[in-house]
Design a protein around this ligand. Sequence first.
Ligand code: FRU
Length: 480
Amino acid sequence: MVDLLLEADNAASAVHCNIEDPFRLKYHITPAVGLLNDPNGFIEHEGIYHLFYQWNPFECAHGSKFWAHCISDDLVNWRLLPTAMAPDQDYDKNGCYSGSAFVENKKLMLFYTGNVKNKDGTRLSTQCIAEANSLNDKFKKRGPVIDNPPAGYTAHFRDPKIWHDNGVWFCVIGAQTIDKKGQILLYRATNINDWELIGPLAGSGLNELGDFGYMWECPDFFELDNNYILICSPQGIEIEGDKYHNKYQSGYFIGSYNLQNHEFKHNEFAELDRGFEFYAPQTTIDSKGRRLMSAWMGIPEEDDQPTLVYNWLHALTLVRELKIKNGRLYQYPVEELKQLRKNKLSYQDILVSNSQSFAQIHAPCCEIEIELNDIRGSCGVHFNAYDHYHIGLTFNPNNSKLSLDRNSTPNQSGVRSCALLSKQSLKLHMFLDKSSIEIFVNDGEEVFTSRVFPLSETRNISIYSHGSCTITKFDKYDLS
Ligand code: FRU
């Protein structure tokens, strides 16, 4: 019998990192080969962070998914361990789909969806458990513990996120009703093998929400700063003004949760990221009490990227810490990232006026903090490379909109915008890697995450104003 786990490990280790590859990221989790999608099983266990991801080791396409396994003691330097799970059982033969991790009797355990697609087009989705052996790397599958979706739901039933509260296990699962409405189902168990459906926690047409998509994937539910947050990735939502421009969305509902009757009263859906590539986020709480989030820097069905030539696709975002401020989620790059900083370059109090540009810096991998004040007229940041690659970030103080425009890049297009709370000032905290950019705006109020594919090593980054503004802070660090 073919040992799929071994074949996956061999595929990854056979790759000699191609030095000609201009897009291979330097400080993000990327697959050595094949396609990566959702982060899975994010957890801190015995002082070590574990982060798994959905992986197809054999081609740059979606297919029968494996779980790749990375560990870190600082959320920044990740080490790839042997592949954790392969689709090698009858109940998961077409994919060990997304899920989460938990600890039972000190053992690291995985809770995931076994995906089966039969030749006649029918689908089976079961929620399955696997346990780590003493080495924490190879996982022993125990099989399904939730067999079928409940009556009234289709087989689009996946991505269990589990937690433990007061002696009871709970999990949320992404689901679809037979009349094609996306929902999140809540289950409970007093022992990990016997699950009971409580009911839908939220969904399209529920809790005073109108029509909101035909499928909700990758749920996550947790308490943060006395609020409850439901994160999910709904599919089938129409564009509305500046919102929902990506093919599929990821965002959150914030509200109150009644622990007795399990009622979740929530506000409107808010997108977690305003960039072009962001999907399927997953969080965990660490031993420092931080709510940490990782996400896929990609979107389902958008796989036509220049890294295909180098036989790999997609990456995970940097790990972010979540906090609540004034009723909304704020996101911060984790503190630990500061250890990557080298060669600080700093400027202060520079007036930029009349379309003049300031700062030409050359760095493919860097972190930049910019603060602009006394903004009169639109201003922003241009990123250029010598291969006609150009993206622009523009802030318009009249409507307080910030836009990321990649219409002038050779292989990408589109604009993503959102309104900010402040009109007079702008703070940008940007992380640039070889083929990605993550821009934290106004201390985590919004984030723009995107893949970018400039060919040349040298990037010029300039700040401009079509009126005037003062650069009160400009700090740049090379990251290595
Ligand atoms: C989200 C998703 C999940 C599923 C996984 C399969 O990107 O579609 O719902 O479990 O990817 O790889």
